[in-house]
Design a protein around this ligand. Sequence first.
Ligand SMILES: C[S@@+](CC[C@H](N)C(=O)[O-])C[C@H]1O[C@@H](n2cnc3c(N)ncnc32)[C@H](O)[C@@H]1O
Length: 304
Amino acid sequence: MNAPDAYRLSRYLTAKKSIDGRALNHRVWSRFVEELGGVSSLRILEVGAGVGATVERIVTALDVRTGPSLRYTLVDRNPAVLDTASSELRTWAEQQGFEVTGRSPQVWSADGESVALEFVTADLYDFAAAHDGGRFDAIVGQALFDLLRIPDAIQALRPLLRDRGLWYLPIHFDGVTAFEPPHDSGLDGRVETLYHESMTTDHDDGRAGDQSGRRLLTHLRDAGSTLLEAGGSDWIVWPQDGDYPADEAYFLYHILHFIENELRGHPALDDDAFADWLSDRRRQIHEGRLTYIAHQLDVLARTD
Ligand SMILES: C[S@@+](CC[C@H](N)C(=O)[O-])C[C@H]1O[C@@H](n2cnc3c(N)ncnc32)[C@H](O)[C@@H]1O
């Protein structure tokens, strides 16, 4: 695939589904599903929900036709990604044999109401402030807390969970980015360091940024939660027989687009050398030769 003419967050999030699917930590996921079991109804809140990738996994794992009814609230401040979530989830549910009615809630029925999805365009802090406490059995946040000041987000969202409610927080970047093969210029290390620095949103103790995966472990404990499971969920995107599966070539171009946006004009990078690095990395995607690795963690915790 050639480099795209335009970049869209919705396409990036949809493209990352197959990569997340390979990466998710099965031990953490299995424990989450186990902890959700044994009830007749569940209320789940997903913050920074994007295109809603987690819904399909949860509905499949819980087998909602015979198991609990599910009320699932997706909150994201970007209306375009929630529109994509709504239409992609509608299509997926129909393929699974559900009858789908309504927009928000979007209700999926099979022998009675099984799933009700509510789509809320809002900043998660505003959503948290506007809603009563104790409403949800679990809060899901995937690839989100890297973008937030973690203690602030936990403090704002915690009241929405019932007692002994769950935090399921998968795919959190934890400070390693690697490309293979190494670049001849020797620029890989500098690009990695500067890119990680650019992720650090501020410099006080509550920062998210380049090691947010491990910071989650500490901040959840500090907020009075018990860690139930934690494990690695590294993204590894590599060419198979000279090509990438699904839309993963687009995903790689989008990663380079993120890096370019962050580091273009950076005083610690020579402009021409960085432009050569980017163009070589793009050529390697086109030729099916680039491998990309990002180290990440999944975390499951329970409030007291
Ligand atoms: C990296 S994407 C991850 C999306 C999705 N969880 C996934 O893994 O595919 C982060 C998402 O969080 C949303 N987001 C970031 N900060 C937010 C905030 N303060 N309130 C609500 N949504 C937010 C963005 O709009 C984006 O859709």
